[in-house]
Ligand binder design. Structure first.
Ligand code: ACO
Length: 320
């Protein structure tokens, strides 16, 4: 027993912010951003919410799968930027969809969030516990940025992607995921400190801090190794893979991974040029863009991989 992705969807906010738009409000340039990252523009939320974007992406994914919200047994959302601390984005989404019989919860694994959610859904489905799952990555990262920190804020965007996943008797799904909490300080954002009647502390909302070079080293070392382990487990060679659909952090990371895998760069589609880095939403948005433009044929072999804060990584090889 394995699983199949039966439908995909995505949603980006309406407002496009180009590198030149950023250069108008901070000391940066299109040349600096695009030459180091490949990012040319991103979408930033104004009135859009994390749940609202997740809802639009999920409705598209259900329509693509030919299913209704009533068919869902499980909803898992990867996100670090929900509209509420509690309830979870997944519970908000369940209510908005009217997916009454589904159990819903979030996973906090930053840019690996969609992959952790997909692999968790696989474990439930493969065990026979559930038949149909909705797996979502949704982020409003712009609210977590320090807009005076040009080294970080230019990298990120907002959006959501979703996939409907079902048990299947045919196909391939092999995955691995990992964590290295010792290196967690490479990207972090503090929550509010302990403050109660025993101790009073001032609380100033924190923002995302990142050591870009540490993250770069982590990504180019860990991601190809993780992909190779998954391919070995699946007894598939890198050259048999049709597309490597990777988290969209930086074009240079994708090029370095391609080189280490000895794979053609044109097998690494990109959305970061027009989306920036949307953390947990990157992989499902790119998957949906590929699906919508008809680039994926049933039977294609795909590698999906997410990596980021935690530090965390999650990779899967699957048959489309
Ligand atoms: N515009 C103009 N200049 C800038 C900007 C900017 N937006 N940001 C930083 N600079 C300047 C710095 O101040 C520094 O100037 P100085 O030499 O006078 O001090 C100079 O550019 C170089 O800064 P570095 O931080 O050393 O730049 P680097 O070449 O390392 O590139 C980058 C930074 C693009 C972030 C790179 O480290 C990287 O790609 N890292 C990967 C991290 C990543 O993608 N993170 C995403 C989140 S985590 C994830 O999704 C996995």
């Amino acid at each position: 027993m394995t699983i199949k992705i039966a439908g995909t969807g995505s949603c980006l906010p309406g407002t496009v912010v180009t590198n030149d738009d950023l250069a108008a409000v901070m000391e940066t340039s299109d040349e600096w951003i695009s030459s180091r990252t490949g990012i040319r523009e991103r979408r930033l939320a104004k009135d859009e919410t994390t749940t609202g974007m997740a809802l639009e992406a999920s409705l598209q994914a259900l329509a693509d799968a030919g299913l209704s919200a009533k068919d869902l047994d499980l909803i898992i959302v990867g996100s670090i930027t929900g509209d509420f601390v509690t309830p979870s984005t997944a519970c908000e989404l369940q209510a908005a969809l009217g997916a009454d019989k589904a159990v819903a919860f979030d996973i906090n694994a930053a840019c690996s969030g969609f992959m952790f959610a997909l692999n968790t859904a696989y474990a439930y489905l493969q065990s026979g516990m559930y038949e149909t799952a909705l797996v979502v990555g949704a982020e409003t990262l712009s609210k977590m940025m320090d807009w005076t920190d040009r080294s970080t804020c230019v990298l990120f965007g907002d959006g959501a992607g979703a996939a409907v996943v079902q048990r299947s008797s045919q196909g391939i799904f092999v995955f691995e995921q990992g964590s290295d909490g010792k290196r967690g300080q490479a990207i972090f954002c503090r929550n509010r400190p302990c403050s109660n009647f025993l101790v009073q502390r001032d609380f100033v909302q924190d923002f995302i801090h990142m050591n870009g070079q540490e993250v770069y080293k982590f990504a180019v070392g860990t991601v190809p190794a993780s992909i190779n382990r998954v391919l070995e487990k699946a007894k598939i060679e890198a050259k048999q893979i049709d597309y490597f659909i990777l988290h969209q952090a930086n074009l240079r990371i994708l090029q370095a991974v391609a080189k280490r895998l000895k794979a053609e760069e044109n097998k690494f589609p990109i959305s970061l040029d027009h989306c920036g880095n949307i953390s947990a939403a990157s992989v499902p948005i790119l998957l949906d863009e590929m699906n919508k433009k008809g680039a994926l044929k049933r039977g294609d072999l795909l590698v999906l991989s997410g990596f980021g804060a935690g530090l965390t990584w999650g990779t899967a090889v699957l048959e489309w």
